[in-house]
Design a protein around this ligand. Structure first.
Ligand code: CO
Length: 134
């Protein structure tokens, strides 16, 4: 059901510092910061030949990654995102198998303007897992 790894998301406290590490030290192609107030994050994409790394910096007081950064003050891998062809069919199959879909269970528009869902980390090896319809 899942296809390509779309991105690995890393939560960071300081986007500028994270960008410098990947752009200057690792020599990667890095986008400009993109504030996404509806998701409570500012995002930078690192564009690799085969996938993307997504830096997430908290935006606003109620950011969904604030608690994660309290537990992981140096930052850390926050979630993995896999591509699916049909997100509603994927959701229904996973729910039928007992997996928990976060939120109200309906896809939201993600950072790439495509429908996304998040799956409970306890059902997926302790890893928050995002599905994106491509
Ligand atoms: Co993501």
């Amino acid at each position: 059901m899942i296809g390509r790894l779309n991105h690995v998301a890393i939560a960071v406290r300081d986007l500028a510092a994270a960008t410098a590490v990947y752009r200057d030290t690792l020599g990667a192609k890095v986008t400009a910061p993109m504030p996404q107030p509806e998701h409570g994050v500012t995002v930078v994409f690192v564009e690799l030949p085969n996938t993307k790394i997504e830096f997430l910096e908290p935006l606003g007081a109620a950011s969904p990654i604030a608690k994660f950064l309290e537990r992981n003050p140096d930052g850390g891998i926050h979630h993995l995102c896999y591509e699916v062809d049909d997100i509603l069919a994927a959701r229904d199959k996973l729910k039928a198998e007992g997996a928990r879909v976060l939120g109200d269970g309906n896809p939201k528009t993600g950072a790439h303007g495509k429908p996304v869902l998040f799956l409970h980390p306890k059902d997926f090896l302790g890893t928050l897992t995002e599905l994106e319809q491509v």
